[in-house]
Design a protein around this ligand. Structure first.
Ligand SMILES: Nc1ncnc2c1ncn2[C@@H]1O[C@H](COP(=O)(O)OP(=O)(O)OP(=O)(O)O)[C@@H](O)[C@H]1O
Ligand SMILES: [Mg+2]
Length: 235
């Protein structure tokens, strides 16, 4: 589905990603894990086209994405929920959700006038708060809004960067349920950066461990053992 081949990326003179290889299988939930600063967010931004790569190739369904803008990649079906969820605080929940509609219209050729009802079935709180300003929602509600906004485009692949950072357990549970439901019922492919081991184990099907800008271990989630955790995740 998405292939990342020998990708190098630099910020100024500092190399962050080093010949990184990663294969995302359609219908999988792949959890990318690793300590702070290993390059997880950088990798997701490179996939989304928010950062240029120096060398290597990123493809989706066999087509190279290297020269495509982030906007074009969204049209191609990549949904992205950034770390720290940047919703528009001054816009209402409804306005935040509507932002995805024109992209979806371009993508699927039907131009829906309304936010798909499905979003409100997944996150009922968004319906209750439709006219409230995004910035007035709690952190957990803002995260649900950020995920809802990405889902408005009906992505083929959903990329989530630490969706549970600083969020209370009942909302973490709901977010996990939504990811599992979309994956099971619609075959949505998910790339998830997650540091919380419990959540990663519950939701992830595959894990990829990162260290110093490389993938250093890859397996099914049930094979994430204590020695790998100690070596690559424990602080
Ligand atoms: N805009 C930037 N300019 C320069 N260096 C950056 C920039 N953004 C990130 N870095 C550096 O790149 C490295 C990787 O950062 P990145 O955000 O990808 O890590 P991460 O694995 O997502 O960490 P975290 O778990 O803290 O979110 C870090 O050393 C970081 O300081
Ligand atoms: Mg990060």
């Amino acid at each position: 589905m998405i292939s990342i081949n020998k990708v190098d990326q630099l910020y100024g003179g500092t190399q962050i990603l080093w010949g990184l290889n990663l294969e995302i299988v359609p219908g999988s939930i792949t959890c990318i894990m690793g300590r702070n600063g290993v390059g997880k967010t950088t990798l997701l931004k490179a996939i989304m086209g928010l950062l240029p790569i120096k060398s290597g190739e990123i493809t989706m369904e066999g087509e190279t994405l290297n020269k495509q803008s982030a906007e074009k990649r969204a049209y191609s079906g990549i949904g992205y929920v950034p770390q720290g969820r940047d919703i528009f605080p001054m816009l209402t929940v409804e306005e935040n959700l509507r932002i995805g509609l024109p992209v979806r219209g371009k993508r699927t050729k039907d131009s829906p006038k309304d936010i798909p009802e499905k979003i409100f079935e997944l996150f009922p709180v968004l319906k209750d708060m439709l006219h409230r300003r995004g910035g007035d929602l709690s952190g957990g509600q803002q995260q649900q809004l950020a995920i809802g906004r990405a889902l408005v485009l009906e992505p083929k692949v959903l990329i989530l960067d630490e969706p549970n950072e600083g969020i209370q357990p009942n909302i973490v549970k709901q977010i996990g349920d939504v990811i599992l439901k979309l994956n099971a019922e619609e075959g949505l492919t998910v790339i998830l950066v997650e540091q919380k081991l419990g959540f990663a184990r519950r939701v992830g099907k595959e894990f990829r461990l990162m260290e110093k800008g490389r993938i250093v271990a890859a397996d099914k989630m049930e094979n994430l053992n204590d020695s790998l955790i100690k070596q690559y995740l424990a602080v």
